[in-house]
Design a protein around this ligand. Structure first.
Ligand code: NAD
Length: 362
């Protein structure tokens, strides 16, 4: 195995460093292993509150720049997520460039694990899109800095069900804020992305008698959701669909200048990371349109609470209790944003930043 941590041209390095400076990252590690074909990037955004914990995403990025931008944005989001959730963790994230369906194997995962180990605990990994609990087991053979392990190995398993519970709590709090009542019965909810998190969310919604619309690029998943939960499939341009709640549970940046003008919903509340393409601009556009946006990094924190539980030694009951607190935090942030006439994303960021600044000062 050959560790190549600086195999980028100087112009790209300059670009990376400028982006790191702009977004305030501490460290970025480029990982390449010829033998397994591994191409990965690990981004450590901030370690003021603790080690940078964040999942690894495996995705078929069209370009290396796209992968870099994703990992920089995702890792920064993790810093604020940990801070607002009150965890003793910093923010980090990793991406592996490749097709999780065809290119993922034990050797690739172990090769990635060796790179995680080189950071000596500054970065701790877990599952994200394209990764499974079994992948964490492979990674664990090379490093202890891995969470999201199966229960028989002392872990909490895949964090997605806990994430879905937190999103559900955030959605109910948003409903309470908008309609004065947190019942979702009879509400039309569009779930975009019916993967690990999306499906559990659909389960909660169905049990509460919401009317669930589903969309996924994977047609098989859509068929399963329709037959299992009686969901209504929608395809094509879904953004103009008249619903009460839009729940983005696929990938990020679906809230942008093209989609927001089309939205016909009262609430946006979903699991995807970095839903706003541009935090300020698109947060403001939603606010101007009167759409309540439950900040993603706040309501999808169930996953990090679940993996943090492995570090902190919580059991599942305590994990779910901690996750349930997302309801009150969401309501508090929506009210603060209203009082201060700022976007909900800004209100959440302000609280998270305050905690980081306080820790830095001590
Ligand atoms: P997943 O890979 O299990 O599911 C994602 C689903 O989205 C897949 O079914 C995929 O086919 C679908 N999809 C992808 N692109 C799409 C598109 N353009 N339109 C419609 N569907 C599309 O992932 P997951 O673990 O369920 O995570 C979903 C989102 O939630 C991601 O953004 C992830 O970063 C975020 N998130 C997940 C967790 C977690 O615990 N898994 C925690 C926090 C945040």
């Amino acid at each position: 195995m050959s560790f190549k941590t600086s195999s980028v041209s100087s112009s790209i390095t300059q670009g990376v460093l400028s982006k790191m400076a702009e977004m305030e990252h501490e460290q970025v590690l480029f990982c390449h292993d010829k033998k397994t074909g591994l191409k990965a990037i690990i981004a450590v955004h901030n370690t003021v509150l603790g080690p940078a914990l964040g999942g690894t995403r495996m995705w078929k990025y069209a370009t290396e720049e796209e992968a870099l931008n994703d990992v920089l944005r995702l890792s920064r989001g993790m810093t604020f997520k940990a801070a607002i959730t009150g965890l003793k963790l910093g923010g980090g994230k990793a991406v592996i460039i490749g097709d999780a369906k065809t290119q993922k194997n034990e050797a690739l995962m172990r090769s990635f694990g060796k790179f995680v180990q080189t950071l000596g605990g500054k970065y701790i990994t877990a599952e994200d899109v394209g990764m499974e609990t079994q992948d964490m087991v492979y990674i664990k053979q090379e490093t202890n800095y891995v969470t999201g392990l199966p229960e028989e190995m002392g872990g909490n398993g895949n964090p997605s069900p806990v994430t879905a519970y937190g999103v559900y709590m955030g959605m109910k709090a948003s409903a309470k804020f908008v309609w004065g009542n947190d019942s979702l019965a009879g509400k039309k909810v569009l779930v975009q992305g019916t993967g690990h998190v999306g499906e559990t969310l659909i389960d909660y919604l169905t049990k509460e008698n919401a009317t669930v619309f589903v969309n996924d690029i994977n047609e098989e998943r859509v068929k399963q959701m329709v037959s299992k939960y009686n969901a209504i499939a929608i395809s094509g341009n879904i953004y103009g669909e008249e619903v009460d709640i839009y729940a983005p549970c696929a990938l990020g940046a679906t809230l942008n200048s093209e989609t927001i003008p089309q939205l016909r919903c009262s609430i946006v509340s979903g699991a995807a990371n970095n839903q706003l393409l541009d935090e300020k601009l698109h947060g403001q556009m939603l606010k101007d349109k009167g759409i309540v946006y439950a900040p993603d990094f706040l309501i999808n924190a169930g996953g990090i609470i679940s993996v943090y539980a492995e570090v902190a030694g919580y059991n599942m009951q305590k994990t779910m209790e901690e996750t349930a607190k997302i309801y009150d935090t969401t309501l508090n942030i929506l009210n603060t944003a209203k009082e201060q006439n700022i976007t909900t994303a800004q209100a959440a960021m302000n609280i998270a930043q305050e905690r980081i600044d306080k820790a830095k000062a001590n």
